[in-house]
Design a protein around this ligand. Structure first.
Ligand SMILES: *Cc1c(COP(=O)(O)O)cnc(C)c1O
Length: 355
């Protein structure tokens, strides 16, 4: 049996923002979950404590070599007041897959799951209620050993912080303008692309900033070797509807196995939509746009759920998708997933877990 979770409640409660003022990841709740790892003890002392800063030695390994991981999932408050996590088990499994790749010691899946339900329960008053809002859950592991040698650390910190959030993109479901990147890469085969770890984000910033300065919302990454195959949009997975088929790149090591990706694929297969997880080149997408068969493009991820792409810029050309409007399948996926998340539609796959 796992160690009981100690709970220390905050004596000062913060003021909660109004639902309409929520953006993404700027406000944090009153509590956080923390657990330590030492080589001799394993993971120990799981606890909920008041949200606050960690004292970190300047030599702390993660600050130098980036040995870390994170996850991202959400809790939703339904009209009936029930708070539901969406597919937490999938996130637990992915957290441990990333841990393995990052040479971070595995965490007990039961303890990770309980860390989420426990801290959300303590801060349940922070789960916003309006549609489009939710409580974002950010589990993180960092190598906390003060040591400058290069090897996996012997000490780690696992923590979970919570942030009430509004829509990820200020423009909401409005289709995004995406720049196809053919001069920088996010990940290469055999690298860290399939791990949810800080390094991938650091690698992505420069190109994304350049694209934003040029007026784009996000970037589309191509493969790291030939700059030919479509991989991901920003920090989301991508799906293209060409003719009567939906195509998404396969999980071949360079892209993240998104939970929303899996959710969308499962739903579409259930609806009888033809879906293919296969490599797709940017040239195939351009050709489809030119011959009129590129019907929809959208990104999938926990933060935005479904984010339609209205325009793709590649080699100085602009491909407009579905006249810059959200397509019918993207809209149906969004509506279906959101309805399940807020407990307004049946949940035949048992994706939600009440807290
Ligand atoms: C988190 C993430 C995604 C989306 O995964 P979800 O589980 O759907 O939120 C996609 N790509 C990258 C690089 C990510 O970090």
């Amino acid at each position: 049996m796992s160690e009981p979770i100690r709970i220390t409640r905050a004596t000062h409660k913060k003021e909660k923002p109004k639902d309409k003022d929520l953006s993404f990841g700027t406000v944090f709740t009153d509590h956080m979950f923390v657990m330590d790892f030492e080589e001799e003890k394993g993971w120990y002392d799981p606890r909920v404590e008041p949200y606050g800063a960690f004292p970190l030695d300047p030599a702390t390994a993660v600050l130098h070599y980036g040995q870390s991981l994170f996850e991202g999932l959400k809790a939703f408050r339904g009209k009936d007041g029930t708070i539901r996590l969406f597919r937490p088990q999938k996130h637990v499994e992915r957290l441990n897959r990333t841990a393995h790749r990052m040479s971070i010691p595995a965490l007990d899946p039961e303890v990770v799951f309980k860390s989420w339900t426990t801290v959300v329960d303590v801060d349940r008053a922070w789960v916003p209620a309006s549609v489009g809002t939710s409580l974002y859950i950010r589990p993180t592991v960092i190598a906390s050993e003060p040591f400058l040698g290069v090897r996996p650390a012997k000490r780690y910190l696992y923590y979970v912080i919570l942030s009430p959030v509004g829509p990820y993109y200020p423009e909401g479901l409005a289709p995004t303008k995406i720049k196809v990147i053919d001069n920088y890469v996010r990940a290469v085969a055999g690298g860290l692309g399939e791990a949810k770890t800080a390094a991938n984000y650091a690698a992505s910033l420069y190109a994304a900033e350049e694209a934003k300065h040029e007026g784009f919302t996000q970037v589309l990454w191509l493969d790291g070797v030939q700059h030919k195959y479509i991989e991901e949009v920003g920090t989301s997975n991508i799906m293209l509807r060409i003719g009567d088929e939906v195509i998404t790149p396969p999980l071949s090591g360079t892209i993240l196995a998104g939970v929303t990706r899996d959710t969308a694929l499962t739903l579409m297969r259930g609806w009888g939509v033809r879906v293919a997880e296969r490599p797709i080149t940017i040239d195939e997408a351009v050709a489809a746009a030119e011959n009129g068969t590129l019907r929809e493009v959208w990104a999938t991820g926990t933060a935005a759920v479904i984010s339609p792409v209205g325009e793709l810029a590649y080699k100085g050309r602009r491909l407009v998708v579905n006249q810059g409007r959200i397509g019918e399948l993207a809209q149906k996926l969004y509506d279906t997933i959101v309805a399940i998340q807020y407990g307004e539609a049946p949940d035949p796959h048992r994706w939600t877990v009440a807290v």
